[in-house]
Design a protein around this ligand. Sequence first.
Ligand code: FAD
Length: 570
Amino acid sequence: MPYRAPLSDLRFLMHHVVGFAQVAATGRFAEATPETVEAVLTEAGRLAAEVLAPVNRAGDTHPARLENGVVRTSPGYAEAYGAMAAGGWVAITAGADHGGMGLPLTLASAVNDMFSGACLSLQLNPLLTQGQIEALEHHASDDLKATYLPKLVSGEWNGTMNLTEPQAGSDVGALRSKAEPNGDGSYAVSGQKIYITWGDSDFQANTIHLVLARLPDGAPGTAGISLFLVPKFLPDADGNPGARNSLSVVSLEHKLGIHGSPTCVMQFDGAKGWLVGAPHKGMAAMFTMMNNARLGVGLQGVGVAEAAYQQACDYAMTRTQGRTADPATPSIIGHADVRRMLATMKAQVFSARAIGLSCAVAIDMAYATGDAGWKARAAFLTPIAKAYGTDVGVAVASEGVQIHGGMGFIEETGAAQFLRDARITPIYEGTNGIQAMDLVARKMADNGEAAFRLIREIEMGAQSARAALPDVAEDVWQACESLREATEALLTQDLTDRFAGAVPYLRAFALVLGSHFHLKSALVDGGTGPRAALARVAIKRLLPEHSGLLAQTRIGAEDLYALTPEDFAA
Ligand SMILES: Cc1cc2nc3c(=O)[nH]c(=O)nc-3n(C[C@H](O)[C@H](O)[C@H](O)COP(=O)(O)OP(=O)(O)OC[C@H]3O[C@@H](n4cnc5c(N)ncnc54)[C@H](O)[C@@H]3O)c2cc1C
């Protein structure tokens, strides 16, 4: 069966688990009436299943290619993108002043989840445009906003993000691109950027690059970086694409997955651009775009996991092999081990989706209320949503291949494509290692206040579930106590020791938080329905891993540095 939009889980999570009602009750998001929310979910689900999913294979088998300096996109992408743009789906969170709908990020995240599950390569195009719109809304001059935002919001033009250079990946501060003032308020931007997603396309009239570069008086490191808007075509007096700017796509990368998404090496040769935000404050402006994109990438992982799960489940329903323990179910889903794989896949997708949507609710509430508590919660949840969502994407897609047996390794089934496509998500938008370091350092610079507030909430959730679901509530309570103790211990460590345990800590936090959301869902389900059964799988089979992970956070870095580089090479 082809991709089906997971509308029932999205509705359930928004309305019963992550507290979307708080967002809809704010004046800022008064437009998000129950009718609008339902219409958006249903229509986006239809578009994902009927328009985007059917072009997913073509993107894999007919990758984007470069012809005489122009990117030629995969078959069917132009039409599918056209449907997305015509339906107003490119930027539903953008402000009404520039043609957007001003809807909450929570709703947009649900849409991104479905679009990513249907066709990750194509969904990347509007995802980056969404981030660019947000950065321009917050930091650009009124002139730039008036010229660029309407066409980005309508999807006529697309937006890109240009940070990476060969010597500057995770270490953005090492970048060498330069910007010289032209004397007329514009700048000449020069340098080479690599891995630029959707750096060009043949179905959008203009591509707008946000480029990080250094002004002549810019200090070394991140403190001296500024942000510039550099269009492929310079808008004419009427705002339409005019003269070609001096930038080009040098080549496209050949990749493990997301073949339909052109990953460009971009050359800027004194290209005309305009400053966005204050000089030397480019990182702050770019962070607006990156934060939005980090959550978006987390939900990409969830979306691909959902699609991989659905396909594996369909296969398990029809493939017969051996005699199953359950005579009523002759196909392989009747085998206990296949059930285990499917159940843990489904439980992980639910946890990761709940964490992503809960992060989106916190971001919406922070925008709507300006409250410091919501801001801190959003900041704390963002690296968890990104890293856990994308790790789940890879793990579930890999298990999906396993459920197919040999057929999973054969490209025609499409199971392998999910795994290859998902593999980039823990890498881009800041590797998951960098996310975990952000969590244990910057996000704990408040002495762990945001972490402990969440831990308290999980404790209270477990407490209130004790009467109805005593055994699973106790498991979550105990895990949460271990997390509290490990967090206290982490705060006493120096940064090198913390970083050695950062990835296990993030994963343990996600497991406990995911179990908390499962517990909530089980309570809504009356403790006996399928959601309660899934919660039991999550809490009894996945949560126990937290104790091994937390044990690792206490080791510090000494054992790792006891091995020298020569020892590794020996
Ligand atoms: C398909 C694709 C699309 C992309 N799209 C874009 C885009 O649109 N725009 C853009 O600007 N970039 C883009 N990127 C770049 C991407 O964001 C980077 O690849 C990523 O940030 C990692 O940088 P790097 O590749 O240089 O790896 P490196 O930084 O060299 O990292 C290598 C390894 O070292 C680890 N590491 C690095 N520094 C540290 C540290 N301080 N502490 C601990 N561990 C560390 C990393 O976690 C990683 O495991 C894309 C990349 C790909 C492959």
